[in-house]
Design a protein around this ligand. Structure first.
Ligand SMILES: [Zn+2]
Ligand SMILES: [Zn+2]
Length: 364
């Protein structure tokens, strides 16, 4: 078993939350890389196809494939803001955890007794929000993983993928490669792993503004093939609805409903009301909101009682308005010979159809 470890970069002083550009670049860099790859793949697929039918088939396949260039571009664009925000929030959360938990002290190496130095944080290991990793300055293995309260944390012993029994591990280092052999004493399975300790991290490519514009920012309002299909289906539906409405209008003879303006309504009711023995019919200020509603006042100079007076006014108004787009709403109130109520206008096609239907059915 090897007893020295490769040195890890000391992250102690670095903040996890980076400037905003770091996150947008990270997101856009991946988008650009992914889309350039898909763009090249799709153009290769079309390159040697000259027959227009065959080209069309391939293009349709590209449209329908969720992982095609266009669909990927749209989905990356739509998720961009939320993902970047999520990354920032996660890093800010890590900084808060670090700021509120001081570095454990007096951690010493089990091999040489030297004070160990902090090398990195672990977050959310086995549901533990924060752990500190320490290494021996002389690189003695193993590193120690410490809880914020100074207690040592031990990873659960690895188990065999085949039988679940605890496995044993042996490692050795050669030419900067860490070779690990995992053996199960129960079923005898053996697994070999190699870890290149000097793996060269690929340098992160800078994001050019042209690429960002082309691959990341121009797809925000794009529509996928399936959304186009849906829009088309909705269009058909609305045409059908319109046709249905037209048929209903014809069937119920909506055009025969008289659409009265407020002055015409006032004029008509005045005559009808006054011929029923009432006087001083007038409209108050109309309420013009979703519905047009007009309050009215009438006086009854006769010696009818309230019930008779209300009944006479109601019948008179209902009959006068029956073939129009106006209706009495709520009841009529009576007090000291003064009657008040409200009239409402129906203007929307669907409401007119309903009125026309009632009229037609009442004639049966
Ligand atoms: Zn040591
Ligand atoms: Zn096993």
């Amino acid at each position: 078993m090897t007893n020295t470890l490769p040195s890890l970069k000391n992250h102690k002083m670095e903040k996890y939350r980076k400037p905003d550009k770091f996150y947008t670049d990270r997101y856009d860099r991946f988008t650009i890389q992914e889309l350039k790859m898909l763009e090249a793949k799709e153009s290769t697929e079309l390159q040697e196809v000259t027959d227009s039918h065959d080209r069309c088939k391939i293009e349709i396949q590209h449209c329908m494939d969720f992982k095609s260039f266009k669909n990927t571009a749209i989905s990356r664009a739509r998720n961009r803001e939320a993902t970047i925000r999520e990354w920032m929030t996660a890093d800010e959360h890590q900084d808060r955890l670090v700021a509120t938990h001081p570095l454990p002290t007096n951690i010493t190496c089990d091999s040489c007794g030297a004070p160990m130095r902090f090398c990195l944080h672990f977050f959310d290991v086995e549901s533990i929000p924060l752990l500190f990793v320490f290494e021996c300055p002389a690189s003695h293995a193993p590193r120690k993983v410490i809880y914020p309260n100074g207690r040592e944390f031990f990873f659960p012993w690895p188990t065999c993928g085949q039988c679940g029994y605890e496995v044993t591990r042996e490692s050795y280092k050669e030419n900067d490669v860490l070779y690990t052999t995992t053996t199960c004493p129960m079923c005898g399975s053996v697994k070999n792993d190699e870890l290149n300790l000097n793996a060269i991290q690929r340098p992160e490519l800078p994001v050019t503004e042209d690429d960002r514009q082309k691959y990341c920012l121009s797809f925000f309002n794009g529509r996928t093939f399936y959304e186009d299909l849906e829009a088309l289906a909705n269009l058909f539906d609305s045409i059908e609805e319109e046709q249905k409405e037209q048929l209903l209008k014809e069937h119920y003879e909506v055009d025969k409903i008289e659409k009265l303006t407020i002055p015409a309504l006032e004029n008509r009711l005045q005559k009808a009301i006054e011929s029923t023995g009432f006087i001083k019919f007038f409209f108050a200020q109309p309420e013009m909101k979703t519905w047009a509603v007009v309050p009215f006042n009438i006086q009854d100079p006769t010696d009818r009682n309230d019930k008779k007076s209300i009944k006479a006014a109601t019948i008179c108004i209902q009959q006068s308005l029956y073939l129009t787009n106006w209706r009495l709403v709520g009841g009529i109130d009576y007090r000291l010979g003064c009657l008040t109520g409200k009239l409402k206008a129906y203007e929307r096609e669907e409401d007119l159809i309903k009125l026309a239907k009632d009229i037609k059915e009442s004639k049966k």
